[in-house]
Ligand binder design. Structure first.
Ligand code: NAG
Ligand code: NAG
Ligand code: NAG
Ligand code: NAG
Ligand code: NAG
Ligand code: NAG
Ligand code: NAG
Ligand code: NAG
Ligand code: NAG
Ligand code: NAG
Ligand code: NAG
Length: 495
């Protein structure tokens, strides 16, 4: 019996020994994490005292903004929008088990630490909406899925190594001052779903290799200085939901391959130098909600094929060189809310049923060569608030139905050939603040009616056939600097 005691006591001692070793290792690891956090805190200013319980008397797993794993290791630092300023020390990027760092919407400044991409555990990094300057550091993190460095003042080129973040699904470098070309290596990011490089100073062409990034759902490359043509290969990105290339220097035609993007809901190509017609294939994108091709050099007709875009809510084709008629098909798009076709060379009549089956809130067809009457049903939705038809050749009376359109706020019908009298309800629209019907052929006494337009700030009746004295009041206190010019030339403006 006694002989057996020795080995047992011995194994208990061995066990104790290992227990102590392991425990002290864990303590050292905890001390390391504690020190790294305190070092991070020491370089920050914290005016809201959000970090006030960051001191060693409480276990760091209970500190504000810190979340630990179930084995008491720091996994999450979440300090978004806490008005923290100062510099970020590299220490938090050395936390051995860190997975999520969110320091967005603060006033952090200075350069990003060189070893920001040295962690092997990090999956989510959001440093957006701060004041970081200097270059994006070299390096990459294999596991990182989300990298958001947007809305800082980061400069220099996008590092080639961006292509080594093999797990990246979300990349936002927008709203910085990055220069140079889009690095080709970016096309290695085959899991990437969201790519935002918007609002930088990027130059060169959009790489055609982007067409190989089949997981992409959102592309935002707007507000740069990209040039050349839109690559045909983008038509291969069949998961794409948003394509936004606005405010660049893109030339050539819109590739008809974009008609293969059958999941596309938002196509924004405005403010470029695109020419030629809208490819017919675009009208097969039946999921489109918003189509904005304004401010380009596009030409040709807007085809009746647009009837296929049953989900369309917003159509902006203004400031182009479109000719022909406004397609009648637009009147049967049930969700159409905003229709802006101004500054083109459109002719013929406005489709007479426009508005009846739509949900119009904004209609701007100004500066074209439109003729005929203003349709009766424009305000059938009861939501029309902007009606802008100036500088056309519209004639006949302003439809009576519009005088019942209580939602109207901004009405600009000047420079047409409208005739007849203003109905008495028209001068009682409660929300209209801007009302310009000058340079038409309208007539009638203007003082024989009550003007009750309490919101009015700008009124121009000039260059019509109105007569009679001025009314005592237009019903608005906001209307100032009243300037009657002559019997038939009336105008007044607010400041
Ligand atoms: C707790 O940790 C173990 C391993 O350390 C892990 O398998 C488990 O998923 C964790 N549980 C939670 C809820 O995080
Ligand atoms: C954040 O700090 C700015 C000045 O840096 C101050 O104007 C602002 O009021 C602060 N916000 C809060 C919520 O305290
Ligand atoms: C990063 O933070 C900002 C501000 O809190 C937020 O709007 C944005 O969605 C975040 N980015 C990601 C990828 O979650
Ligand atoms: C952040 O940058 C903006 C723009 O340069 C500047 O106006 C602001 O003062 C900066 N804030 C801090 C805290 O540095
Ligand atoms: C990144 O590495 C390249 C060479 O590989 C070097 O030219 C560049 O200066 C480095 N950038 C930074 C921010 O360290
Ligand atoms: C487009 O390029 C022209 C010269 O080719 C340049 O003057 C202009 O600033 C560029 N536009 C943009 C938005 O960068
Ligand atoms: C845009 O690029 C063109 C030519 O590539 C260049 O002439 C122009 O200066 C650039 N504009 C800006 C604002 O960077
Ligand atoms: C688009 O689809 C058509 C068939 O519908 C196919 O012939 C064409 O190659 C595709 N284009 C691209 C760029 O994927
Ligand atoms: C617009 O079209 C007319 C012919 O209809 C053409 O003469 C003119 O050059 C075009 N303008 C632009 C900017 O494309
Ligand atoms: C019409 O537009 C309004 C807002 O402008 C919206 O609340 C309403 O749901 C829309 N109706 C339809 C049928 O789309
Ligand atoms: C203006 O209207 C009157 C009838 O009210 C009509 O006789 C005249 O031809 C019209 N003038 C123009 C330029 O349309």
């Amino acid at each position: 019996m006694a002989a057996a005691k020795g080995p047992q006591a011995c194994s208990a001692m061995v066990f104790m020994f290992w227990f102590l070793v392991l425990n002290s290792r864990m303590l050292r690891a905890e001390n390391l994490e504690l020190e790294l956090l305190l070092s991070f805190k020491s370089s920050l200013n914290d005016p809201l005292n959000y970090l006030s319980n960051w001191n060693p008397s409480a276990t760091f797993c209970k500190w504000q903004g810190i979340t630990c794993t179930n084995s008491s290791r720091i996994a999450v630092i979440e300090l978004s929008g806490k008005n923290i300023s100062g510099k970020v020390s590299s220490s938090i990027f050395q936390l051995p088990y860190i997975q999520t760092i969110d320091l967005s919407i603060n006033q952090l400044s200075g350069k990003l630490p060189d070893d920001i991409f040295s962690s092997s555990s990090l999956r989510f990094l959001n440093l957006s909406n701060n004041n970081f300057t200097g270059p994006i550091p070299n390096g990459s993190i294999f596991l990182l899925e989300t990298l958001d460095l947007s809305n800082n003042m980061l400069s220099g080129k996008i590092p080639q190594e961006i292509g080594s973040f093999s797990s990246l699904r979300f990349l936002d470098l927008g709203g910085n001052v990055l220069v140079g070309k889009i690095p080709l290596s970016i096309t290695n990011l085959r899991s990437l779903q969201v790519l935002t490089l918007a609002s930088n100073q990027l130059v060169g062409q959009i790489p055609s290799e982007l067409g190989q990034m089949r997981s992409l759902k959102w592309i935002y490359l707007g507000y740069n200085n990209l040039s050349g043509e839109i690559p045909i290969e983008l038509g291969q990105l069949t998961s794409l939901n948003h394509l936004d290339l606005v405010y660049n220097n893109l030339t050539g035609q819109i590739p008809s391959s974009l008609g293969n993007l059958s999941n596309l809901q938002y196509l924004f190509l405005y403010q470029n130098k695109l020419a030629g017609p809208i490819p017919k294939s675009i009208f097969g994108l039946t999921k489109l909600i918003s189509l904005d091709l304004s401010d380009n050099y596009l030409s040709g007709e807007i085809p009746e094929l647009i009837i296929k875009l049953k989900n369309l809510e917003i159509l902006h084709l203004f400031s182009n060189n479109f000719t022909g008629k406004i397609p009648v098909a637009l009147s049967s798009l049930p969700r159409l809310r905003i229709l802006q076709l101004w500054s083109n060379k459109l002719s013929g009549e406005i489709p007479k049923d426009l508005g009846k089956q739509n949900n119009l809130t904004v209609l701007d067809l100004s500066t074209n060569s439109l003729t005929g009457r203003i349709p009766e049903g424009l305000c059938s939705s009861g939501n029309l608030f902007k009606l802008i038809l100036f500088s056309n050749s519209l004639e006949d009376e302003i439809p009576k139905s519009l005088s019942a359109c209580k939602s109207l706020r901004r009405v600009r019908l000047q420079d047409n050939s409208l005739s007849g009298e203003l109905s008495s309800e028209f001068t009682k629209l409660p929300l209209v603040y801007f009302f310009d019907i000058s340079s038409n052929n309208l007539s009638g006494r203007i003082d024989s009616r009550k003007w009750e337009m309490p919101s009015l700030q700008m009124l121009s009746l000039a260059k019509n056939g109105f007569w009679g004295g001025l009314p005592d009041s237009f019903g608005s206190e906001n209307l100032e600097n009243f300037r009657p010019v002559s019997k038939s030339v009336l105008g007044c403006y607010s400041t």
